[in-house]
Structures are given as C-alpha cells and as structure tokens.
Design a protein around this ligand. Structure first.
Ligand code: GDP
Length: 297
C-alpha cells in the first residue's frame, strides 16, 4: 500500500497560505483535514485521531509565519512534537528488579512474534550488558513452540528451561525460576502460550503464571501489520493482565506505524521495543521521536 506522506499533505494545504502574517483558523481547518486523513490512512484509531487533531489545532492557530521559515516546516514541527508526545516522549527500558533475576513475562497472540522476540531481547541483553538470561518454555499447547525456543536458544547460546508439554505451565515456571536462582541468571524470560484469538482459558492461564511469577515486566507482543486489530488485542490483554509494556513487531513491513500511536494512546502503556525483521538481531529500542518521523513520512 502506498501512503501519501503527512508531510506532503501538509505541504499542499499550506501552499495556500500567504507568505506572511499568521496562520488563520480556516487555514488550520484545511491542515487538520489533511492530518486527519493521513492518520486514518495510516490506520490510526479514530478516537486517537480526534484527540490528536484537536491538540495540534489548538497549537497551530496563531503560529506566526516568519519570513525566514517555511510555514509548512513550522506546522510539521508542531505535528512532530505532538506525535512524539502521544508516542510517549522518551524511550523506556525494561523494568529491572533490584535483585536478580529480573523476570519478564512475554504474552501475545500466536504469530505476533513473541517467541522470536524472546530470543531477540535476550540476545540484545547478552550483547549489550553481558547478561546471562534464562528462557523458560511455558507454551505447553504447541510442541513446536518449545522446539522453536530451544532452537533459538541454541543459535544464541542461551539456556532454555523446558519440561515438554505435559506439565502445568505454572509448575514449569516454578522449576525454571529455581534453576535461574541456582545458576544466578540475571534475567528470566517466560515464553507463554499464544492463541489465534483471545479466550478465557488463555487469560486464566496467563493470570496464574503472573500471580505465581510476580514478573517485573509483562511485555505484550503485537504485530504492527495488523493495524486496528493490534489495538483491540492490546486493550484486551491490558484489561486482563495489566501489562507493563508493549513490543511492536514487523515494523520492517510496509506500515506507517499507526498502530504504535493508537496503542500508546489507548492503553497508556509504553512501547518499549520494536521488531524490525525476522533475524534475531532485528530489534531496536523504541524511540518516540523516530516513530513520529516515520509517521510524518
Ligand atoms: P509467536 O507465535 O508469537 O511466538 O510468533 P513467532 O515468534 O513464531 O513469529 C511468527 C512469525 O513472524 C515468524 O515467521 C517470525 O519469523 C516472524 N517475525 C517475528 N518478528 C518479526 C519482525 O519483526 N519482522 C518480520 N518481518 N517478521 C517477524
């Protein structure tokens, strides 16, 4: 899908403006229309678009058109600042435990990229902090999931704790955490089950794991390519589990990042990392200002 960039749209709207004077209310209306359309095209949630357009509109009226500065650039700057604010302003890292191990519970729907991300983040910490993570395979519904995590662990030379698929996941987590204590692992990542759809059984199991493990971080993995659906998924998981952060995967695809804006605005939970490819090194810390530039295009 080809997007017309928000910056291009603003350029057109602004070209009607005179070179001097101030931005008038009717000019702002035109610009707001362009911003609204561009954001909706980027699959941003309608409620979020409305709130955003309102706050930009309030700031845009009265912006002085300086002779030295291109008026479009001035408005783009306002939009950029507001987008960055909605996206969370600052990069947010993992919530760390004061004493080891820091426990991170990974949740998400099947196919979102949760298991891949578990590998990516543990490798990221190993490379950047010389961390010694342990991965716990707690998805007992898909035998392939346990194998997938084991393969990833082997590739990265990171240990994986598993007990097959016939044991209750809470018991797997209990024994996994014991092993982490014995081996003095500084991070533990619990890879939980994903389903194709959110259902009660899945949520109940995740709640049991959460209650037992008392994780420092509950990271929800969502697929950026699913746009508005990603927002619904994030909302449901957050309501049930009170997640502490979001991981947005598949941002290497042809997506403008509208999902990022909506998820952050609607759940209020920080996006902490992004996945930018299938390789285990394709992980980045989420930077609101960079995502804003991407949305602006
Ligand atoms: P899970 O079911 O949530 O554990 O999902 P997986 O980790 O098995 O990932 C599902 C598919 O998405 C796999 O084919 C991954 O290679 C792919 N994938 C995961 N993260 C990314 C990403 O950031 N970009 C791309 N392009 N593919 C990804």
């Amino acid at each position: 899908m080809a997007f017309e960039s928000l910056t291009d749209r603003l350029q057109v709207a602004m070209s009607k403006l005179k070179k001097k004077g101030t931005v008038k209310e009717e000019d702002v209306k035109d610009m707001m229309r362009e911003i609204r359309l561009a954001l909706l095209e980027a699959d941003v949630n309608l409620q979020v678009v409305r709130g955003f357009v309102k706050s930009v509109g309030e700031r845009a009226v009265g912006v002085e058109i300086l002779e030295s500065l291109n008026p479009t650039q001035q408005i783009v700057k306002v939009v950029d600042e507001e987008l960055t604010k909605v996206l969370g302003s600052e990069a947010v890292g993992l919530n760390k435990s004061p004493k080891i191990p820091t426990i991170v519970m990974m949740v998400g729907l099947q196919g979102a990229g949760k298991t891949t991300f578990t590998g990516k983040i543990s490798n990221f910490l190993k490379q950047n902090e010389k961390a010694r993570p342990l991965l716990i395979a707690a998805d007992v519904y898909r035998p392939a999931a346990v194998d997938q995590l084991k393969v990833i662990g082997q590739q990265l030379d990171i240990p994986v704790f598993e007990m097959g698929t016939d044991v209750d996941p809470v018991e797997i987590v209990r024994q996994g955490l014991e092993q982490a204590k014995e081996n003095k692992n500084d991070y533990v990542f619990i890879d939980t089950a994903g389903r194709l759809h959110i259902d009660e059984t899945l949520m109940d199991e995740l709640k049991r794991i959460k209650d037992f493990a008392q994780p420092n971080d509950i990271l929800l993995t969502v697929d950026a390519m699913t746009g508005q659906d990603a927002v619904t998924v994030a909302q449901s998981f957050d309501e049930q589990l009170d997640v502490t952060g979001v991981v947005l995967t598949k941002l290497d695809g042809d997506t403008r990042g509208g999902a990022a804006l909506s998820i952050r605005a609607i759940t209020g939970k920080p996006i902490k990392f992004i996945g930018t490819g299938e390789k285990l090194t394709d992980i980045e810390v989420f930077h609101p200002d960079r995502m804003s530039s991407r949305i602006l295009g």
